[in-house]
Design a protein around this ligand. Structure first.
Ligand code: F6P
Length: 531
């Protein structure tokens, strides 16, 4: 396994970038090559991807595929899928793919399907229990973002009369207003935590239990359930119904496990199985498709091309489907917690950049906020559009407007508008005080700004599963090329430790002014907060 910068392909890519990458012009590329869309659009299970509005051509892909081969991407992928301990800093296998393999296939099949069957039977019983009107998932990070995102995405599959809520923040402003609206004996709390030690989740779980008991709640055993790898800790909390999973399921890859319980309650067992099946179809594609047709691989390579050669520091995700409103937040954890690393597998400092900042909002909302910067700002930020062909609502006219907006944005980013074009248009009257040529410069769009467009036929459990697995494997690909461990998250630990040290200073008024040993800024802020 070679690190990307130690390969001949990396050097070749540097040469290719200088010769063809830096000055690449999308408009010229389309004018030159009538087959560009066909050559650079790809089919994967449930997802069509148009990569043709990106700053590359088939020659670039050729070099990038050489890089993948020279880095041993396929061997690394196969090692992960076989269950080798590719998470080396924690000595763990990484087997979220096993969670969606059909029964009898893949590692750990018997235990995976035993828990899955139990969890889904329980989910269906909750779903058909009309005495439970509100389900509250208490969890954070991977124990919140995936389920929350998927429940919203699949809202049209959920059952009327049962509401799903998600509480994650240790800030009591998250839980308190929700509890005010709930009836203890009609509420089910799911305490979701891989470790069952996370400060925020434990604090919220404790507060929910206290509220439950003080608001006439009977039977913790019926109204609290846990999803965790730490079954004993859940029992010590007083929870008798627990659905377990395993240390080889990373938090940000856990929505396919028992952590998916709120999704299963929302959409039912059959639809949850369709979600798994969609992800499995993408897993097969990732495992079996030739690299040159392998969509997650191509996207991961594109990410390396943009981050390390073009130097782009962020990527904006624009889902043109309101159901995918939480997808950017989910992807932030998936991508930035996985690939926000600065040492390689051997602990050597990396001489190149890794994870970009991933961010976004659903279209068309983002258009009326930050798209100004995407079109005319000084940074080039690749945009990822997600369009869905058929909506789940009846308003064809609105859907046409949504899709027209989606297509128009990628077109505008690419085409831009020259100063001459701007000058030729009639200027708005409000700007009459400016000389026409000055105004035309303000109304110029540089263009040549890259984007990818994904198209799903419909947003349903199967297509969502495939889309999410696509993102997971894409992150794996760029992480493998960068030679990092995409499956640990040591970067979150220091803040947790310092928080635990500061907590006693905040917890007791007797410690007012106890700032011994603190830096001047933290000491000043602490005194201010305690005063
Ligand atoms: O602090 C980061 C993290 O460990 C994430 O990786 C994880 O998804 C989240 O906290 C929640 O952890 P847990 O499920 O163990 O409560």
């Amino acid at each position: 396994m070679k690190r990307c910068d130690h390969t001949a392909a990396w050097a070749a890519l540097q040469g290719h970038f200088e010769a063809h990458g830096r000055g690449f012009d999308l408009r010229e590329a389309f004018a030159r090559d009538a087959g560009r869309f066909q050559a650079l659009s790809f089919e994967a299970p449930e997802v069509f991807a148009d990569l043709s509005k990106n700053l590359l051509d088939t020659a670039t892909l050729h070099f990038l595929l050489d890089l993948a081969r020279e880095c041993g991407l396929e061997a690394r992928r196969d090692a992960m899928l076989r269950g080798e301990p590719v998470n080396t800093t924690e000595g763990r296998a990484v087997l979220h793919t096993a969670l969606r393999a059909p029964e009898g296939q893949g590692p750990h099949s018997a235990e995976v399907h035993a828990v899955l069957n139990d969890m889904l039977a329980y989910a269906d019983s909750v779903r058909s229990d009309w005495t439970l009107t509100d389900i509250v998932n208490i969890g954070i990070g991977g124990s919140d973002l995936g389920p929350q995102m998927a429940v919203k995405a699949l809202d049209s599959f959920s059952k009327a009369g049962q509401r799903l809520h998600f509480v994650s923040n240790v800030d009591g402003h998250d839980l308190a207003p929700l509890l005010q609206r709930l009836d203890a004996n009609k509420t089910l709390f799911i305490i979701a935590s891989k470790t069952f030690t996370t400060q925020e989740t434990m604090a919220n779980a404790q507060a929910a239990r206290d509220w439950f008991l003080s608001h006439g709640g009977h039977a913790i055993s019926k109204h609290f359930v846990a999803t965790t790898t730490h079954v004993q800790a859940a029992a010590a909390f007083g929870i008798t119904t627990t659905f377990g999973f395993w240390d080889w399921v990373g938090g940000r890859y856990s929505l396919w496990s028992a952590i998916g319980l709120p999704i299963a309650i929302a959409i039912g067992s059959e639809n949850f199985r369709a979600l798994l099946a969609g992800a499995h179809a993408m897993d097969r594609h990732f495992a079996e498709a030739p690299l040159a047709q392998n969509l997650p691989v191509l996207l991961g390579l594109l990410d390396v091309w943009y981050r390390n050669f073009h130097g782009f520091g962020s990527r904006s995700v624009a889902p043109y489907h309101q159901g995918l409103a939480r997808l950017p937040a989910f992807l932030q954890q998936l991508e930035m917690e996985s690939n926000g690393k600065c040492v390689d597998l051997d602990g050597n400092a990396l001489p190149y950049a890794t994870s970009p900042v991933v961010w976004g909002e659903p279209g068309t909302n983002g258009q009326h906020a930050y798209f100004q910067m995407l079109h005319q700002g000084t940074d080039v930020i690749p945009v990822e559009f997600i369009a869905v062909k058929t909506p789940a609502h009846p308003w064809a006219g609105q859907h046409q407007k949504l899709l027209a907006n989606c297509l128009a944005q990628s077109q505008a980013l690419m085409l831009g508008k020259s100063t001459a074009q701007a000058a030729a248009e009639s200027a708005p009257t409000a700007s009459a005080s400016l000389a026409p040529e000055v105004l035309a410069r303000h109304r110029t769009f540089p263009g040549n700004r890259p984007s990818t467009t994904f198209v799903l036929d419909t947003l349903n459990p199967r297509s969502l599963g495939a889309l999410l697995a696509l993102y997971e494997h894409r992150v794996f690909t760029s992480g493998a090329l960068w030679g990092i461990n995409s499956f640990d998250q040591w970067g979150v630990e220091l803040g947790k430790a310092l928080c635990n040290q500061l907590l006693p200073r905040l917890a007791s008024s007797a410690s007012l002014g106890d700032t011994a040993g603190l830096d001047a800024s933290t000491a000043g802020l602490l005194r201010r907060l305690l005063s």
